[in-house]
Design a binder for this molecule. Structure first.
Ligand SMILES: *[C@@H]1O[C@H](CO)[C@@H](O)[C@H](O)[C@H]1NC(C)=O
Ligand SMILES: *[C@@H]1O[C@H](CO)[C@@H](O)[C@H](O)[C@H]1NC(C)=O
Ligand SMILES: *[C@@H]1O[C@H](CO)[C@@H](O)[C@H](O)[C@H]1NC(C)=O
Ligand SMILES: *[C@@H]1O[C@H](CO)[C@@H](O)[C@H](O)[C@H]1NC(C)=O
Length: 355
């Protein structure tokens, strides 16, 4: 079912109409942007590992000896990263004076999604984004947001999926975008002194790499979480809206072989990161809390004990670390009924730690 042909095409039509109506009824002021980024980095040479290898051999067997791999495979290129910048509209004239107007929430989605992940899987302003839009909630609280199509997704560049589209070069690209938005020279045409990185899933892995390699790049890291049947709560389908689930399945994107393989090596400690860190996920996150087990049953524990709380070990020098485990939700908790509860918890944390 997950890989089935697209159905519910009327929903896609609605998505198209919504773009046209966005300007008129949205509480947000959004601009579509493009970052043109030159970047270089060291990827992993996985030229021996094709999709066929992965389909016939368990990952654990392929990588029983990671030292056999070359982790110093130089790559470079110039990449387009499609983005959307949204500012709260209610403060149109005096927005610059709002206490959060200088704090950018930089949101990076997970595998198979686009920047629309952060607005209920549809562009901001679509009537269907009401319950699941992080962007809307952040805006209500006065925060500007920047969402990007991660490399290889949506309207961004789609480079070689094996040797280029890996975690490492993506972390370098994201770091360069963060450097740009701290300067007035970026397409945002203004600078931000504070950048809160918000990652979901693969976006969290990239955020972890950024804090590990460039510990002062961002101010605070919000992983939600770090790490689709498994994207949703396997325990209880009543915890999410079936229409949203179906729309998600029908519009899902790709997950490249380079991304899949390099994910295994990219959840690394960030010993020099001294900002604040928060990890939040659903209690039944079967990807993060039961990794590799192929299990539909998982338990993320609570804020003080279990796999989510243990993420603390990655950030030994962080100014603070907190964990939130949402009841009644899976990996993509933003698509569950608890979404708003999660947004509240996240923004209460931001206020508490001084952003
Ligand atoms: C690919 O496999 C061959 C044969 O096992 C080996 O000699 C070579 O070093 C491998 N190359 C890479 C980049 O891993
Ligand atoms: C970029 O990669 C190409 C091809 O691998 C290489 O020839 C070139 O030297 C690299 N350029 C930089 C600036 O690293
Ligand atoms: C939002 O949630 C409420 C309560 O669960 C539901 O009645 C409503 O249909 C949802 N709105 C959308 C747009 O999905
Ligand atoms: C969290 O879970 C641990 C281990 O199950 C338990 O000892 C602790 O009381 C729980 N804490 C809260 C606040 O529920």
């Amino acid at each position: 079912m997950l890989f089935g042909p697209a159905r519910f095409s009327h929903l896609l039509l609605f998505a198209g109409l919504a773009v046209a109506s966005r300007v008129a009824d949205s509480a947000l002021r959004c601009r579509e942007l493009n970052f043109h980024i030159a970047a270089s980095g060291l990827n992993v040479d996985i030229s021996n590992y094709t999709l066929d290898t992965l389909l016939t051999t368990p990952l654990s067997a392929v990588f029983s000896d990671p030292t056999a791999l070359n982790f110093q495979y130089p790559v470079n290129g110039t990449f387009d990263v499609a983005a959307r910048y949204c500012e709260p509209r209610q403060h149109d004239h005096i927005y610059e004076k709002h206490p959060h107007s200088d704090t950018l929430q930089f949101l990076v989605h997970g595998a198979t999604y686009t920047r629309d992940y952060w607005s209920g899987l549809v562009p901001p302003g679509d009537p269907r984004d009401a319950n699941n839009s992080w962007v809307n909630y952040a805006s209500e609280k006065g925060y500007p947001t920047l969402t990007v199509d991660r490399l290889g997704n949506g309207k961004s560049s789609h480079p070689d999926p094996q040797l280029i589209l890996q975690a490492s070069i993506q972390a370098e690209i994201i770091h360069r975008i963060i450097q740009q938005v701290r300067l007035a020279a970026s397409p945002l045409r203004r600078s931000f002194s504070k950048v809160i990185y918000v990652g979901h899933s693969y976006g969290s892995i990239i955020g972890d790499l950024v804090t590990s390699r460039h510990p002062t790049s961002i101010n605070a890291l919000l992983s939600a979480p770090i790490i689709r049947a498994v994207f949703y709560s396997p325990q209880n389908p009543l915890t999410y809206h079936p229409t949203l689930f179906n729309f998600d399945v029908d519009t899902r994107g790709t997950f490249s072989i380079g991304e899949i393989i390099t994910a295994l090596f990219s959840i690394v400690p960030a010993p020099m990161f001294q900002g604040e860190a928060l990890v939040v996920t659903g209690k039944y996150d079967a990807i993060f809390c039961a990794p590799g087990a192929g299990s539909q049953v998982s338990d993320c524990g609570n804020a003080t004990a279990g796999p989510v709380a243990e993420t603390r070990a990655l950030f030994p020098a962080a100014k603070s670390f907190e964990a939130v485990v949402l009841e009644d939700a899976g990996h993509c908790w933003q698509n569950h009924h608890v979404a708003r509860e999660g947004f509240e918890a996240v923004h209460a944390w931001l206020e508490r730690v001084g952003y």
